[in-house]
Design a protein around this ligand. Structure first.
Ligand code: NAP
Ligand code: ZN
Ligand code: ZN
Length: 348
């Protein structure tokens, strides 16, 4: 065991503050990574504040991690000290159930081990601790190769915001000519614009923030609709092949279900803490579908990183020191980040 420095929430209503904790020394199949950058996901806030139900404290958030390999166990083959490496939302799973065998570790039927805030099966009684910290030790099978051609800090958010939007776009086979709607221009939403655009779709952003329209077009939107304008929304009825809803708070999803063509699908990736009522009549009459999607498996995350490398895609970031994290949370909640905060861990 060794002592690692990090930043933690000790309860739902205390700000994040410095915290030291123990990590395991790397075992035979482990990779130890010195963390360079970690993105700030809205899920970090939901978890730090127990918004999805009681969290396991202390919470050291952070699941958009890039860094350099410091040490590897004797059986590790894919990484050596000095390599770049990434860690997303998963650090382990059962690896035996049907979902794991299909490379869908995020749907592990025995429960995956999250990068933070889930029981650490290797340190019984403790939660896993995430990337708002100096280093992390992860099983090789859950460590990603990081492309060398992209700016490193902008790669970090691909590990959650990137894969969470890439996976449903791929699963629902979005391609050239499809009309795609993206709801909410935050961390996930801005990656959805870039990825759907790179896949050849005609992309419309729905936003509550008219001031984000110019950025949206730069990020890949062909059209921008201000969702608080009822007339503009009516004009979009039944036009979309696919809609990806990236909103973090309660909102009216029926306004977006009405924009789907017959047989088209709205996928919810935004995870508001409260239930969202669905108008089933709107689904029934056009055989529309409402679905959810959780991050992506390890193989697909690697595929997404390689796709971003090929297309030159990274996140648009605002870099912060770890001491600015509590102010950053308030700006994320206010929808005022452009478009992802990334912590420079040299500041810790
Ligand atoms: P974010 O950066 O805060 O973006 C959320 C965006 O939603 C805001 O920028 C805003 O966009 C819009 N919004 C916020 N409050 C709203 C409201 N009251 N009504 C309407 N629109 C509102 O958050 P994020 O990091 O992208 O995460 C988004 C959600 O996805 C979170 O709930 C997060 O937990 C979840 N998530 C899910 C997965 C998954 O696997 N499914 C993975 C990661 C994150 P506009 O200003 O453009 O309206
Ligand atoms: Zn996330
Ligand atoms: Zn499994």
């Amino acid at each position: 065991m060794y002592v690692c420095k990090g930043y933690a929430a000790q309860s739902a209503d205390t700000p994040l503050a410095p915290f030291s904790f123990e990590r395991r020394d790397p075992g035979p199949t482990d990779v130890q990574i010195d963390i360079l950058y970690c993105g700030v996901c809205h899920s970090d806030i939901h978890t730090a504040r127990s918004e999805w139900g009681p969290s396991m404290y202390p919470v050291v958030p952070g699941h958009e991690i890039v860094g350099r390999v410091a040490a590897v166990g004797r059986e590790v083959r894919k990484f050596k000290p000095g390599d770049l490496a990434g860690v997303g939302c998963l650090v382990d799973s059962c690896r035996r159930c049907p979902s794991c065998r299909e490379g869908l570790e995020q749907y592990c039927e025995n429960g995956f081990t999250g990068t933070y805030g889930t029981p650490d099966l290797k340190l019984p009684g403790k939660p896993t601790f995430g990337g708002y910290s100096k280093s992390i030790v992860v099983e090789e099978a859950f460590v990603l190769r990081i492309p060398e051609n992209l700016p490193l800090a902008g790669v970090a958010p691909l590990l959650c915001a990137g894969i969470t939007t890439y996976s449903p776009l791929r699963h629902w086979k979005v391609t050239r000519g499809h009309k795609v709607g993206v709801v909410g221009l935050g961390g996930l939403g801005h990656m959805a614009l870039k990825l759907a655009h790179a896949m050849g779709a005609e992309v419309t952003l729905f936003t509550t923030s008219p001031g984000k329209a110019v950025d949206a077009q730069r990020l890949g939107a062909d059209h921008v609709v201000v969702s608080t304008d009822p007339e503009a929304m009516r004009g979009q009825a039944s036009k979309f092949d696919f809609i990806l809803d990236c909103v973090s708070a309660r909102h009216d999803i029926n306004a977006y279900l009405a924009l789907l063509k017959r047989d088209a699908t709205l996928v919810q990736v935004g995870a508001p803490p409260e239930p969202l009522p669905v108008n089933v009549i709107g689904l029934i009459f056009s055989r529309r579908r409402f679905a959810g999607s959780l991050i992506g498996g390890i193989a697909e995350t690697q595929e997404m990183l390689d796709f971003c490398s090929k297309h030159g895609i990274v996140s648009d970031i605002e870099m912060i020191g770890v001491g600015e994290i509590n102010d950053a949370y308030e700006r994320v909640i206010a929808g005022k980040v452009k478009y992802r905060f990334v912590i420079d861990l040299q500041s810790l």
